[in-house]
Design a protein around this ligand. Structure first.
Ligand code: 5GP
Ligand code: ZN
Length: 123
């Protein structure tokens, strides 16, 4: 897609330091982080919004969801429980959809937002 910033990042037309990449997905830090850890998981395929997804995208969406905990762990905001069942860490996973959902970039992406609070939390 012409003039789509995330297509350009996926195609390496805009240099961006990826924290993860495979044939289907790329993940990178948000340029305007809302918390100590804030990265985006982005399919390389141009899909404008979550509302444009169909059954055909189920595996891709599942892959995005399963990647979030793994990368969150690597980025230092993983969720865990200690031996006493005390929980720590954690993050939000967010798909903004459409104007009322606050979507700014119309190329599907999942925000992963976490790290020690307080957060700015503007996402
Ligand atoms: P949305 O509001 O569409 O859910 O989120 C888009 C996100 O992409 C925003 O949090 C914004 O900061 C981030 N973003 C926009 N352009 C760029 C860019 O060129 N590089 C990076 N790393 N993040 C971007
Ligand atoms: Zn795109």
């Amino acid at each position: 897609m012409e003039n789509c910033i995330f297509c350009k990042i996926a195609a390496k037309q805009i240099p961006t330091k990826a924290i993860y990449e495979d044939d289907d997905l790329i993940a990178f830090h948000d340029i305007n982080p809302a918390a100590p850890v804030h990265f985006l998981i982005v399919p390389k395929q141009h899909i404008p919004t979550l509302a444009d997804c169909t059954e055909a995208h189920a595996a891709l969406l599942g892959k995005m969801a399963l990647l979030a905990p793994r990368l969150a762990q690597e980025q230092g905001c993983g969720y865990q429980q200690d031996g006493q069942g005390e929980a720590s860490g954690g993050y939000k996973t967010i798909f903004n959809v459409g104007p009322d959902g606050g979507q700014e970039v119309y190329h599907l992406h999942m925000h992963v937002i976490g790290g020690p609070r307080p957060w700015r939390g503007q996402r």
